[in-house]
Write a new protein. Structure first.
Length: 151
């Protein structure tokens, strides 16, 4: 009985991990694309058909790819944490804080896209290009925490 349970958990763990990694890739790829879309959107003439196309592209990227991927990252990630009892591990706690911050960044980017669609252009193209670095920095830190487990 114990061997069967251990086998089931190891198979579940492998599938949870695979799902988590797959949707992390989708989410981060989208978070790399979105600020770039916003840069091109801001460079379009307000009220033009080009601007309308950027608004639609941004909306599709957010609703079809990025937000569902983020939700699945959370579902798979929390399932992994529960399966492995990772809550007390220092590296996991640090990773968790970074993922919460990345989720907040995601929310901020979605909100900025809504502002852009209303014609508000609060950031410069340079500022958006700098925002594009946030997911990359987060990924570096998260990967080091998960692979190296420094604490």
């Amino acid at each position: 009985m114990i061997d069967a349970l251990a086998t089931a958990l190891s198979l579940t763990y492998a599938w949870l991990k695979a799902g988590h990694v797959i949707f992390v890739i989708f989410w981060i790829a989208g978070l790399f694309m979105l600020p770039r879309f916003y840069v091109y959107h801001q460079e379009a003439t307000p009220g033009s058909s080009e601007e309308a196309r950027w608004i639609e592209r941004e909306r599709k990227l957010r609703r079809i790819i990025i937000t569902p991927a983020m939700l699945l990252v959370w579902i798979f990630g929390l399932s992994l944490a529960w399966t492995t009892q990772a809550w007390t591990m220092g590296w996991f706690q640090a990773k968790f804080v970074l993922v919460v911050a990345l989720s907040a960044y995601h929310g901020w980017m979605v909100g900025y896209g809504r502002k852009l669609a209303r014609g508000e252009r609060a950031l410069s193209g340079r500022g958006l290009r700098m925002m594009n670095e946030v997911p990359g920095i987060a990924v570096v830190l998260i990967v080091v925490l998960v692979i190296v487990k420094p604490f």
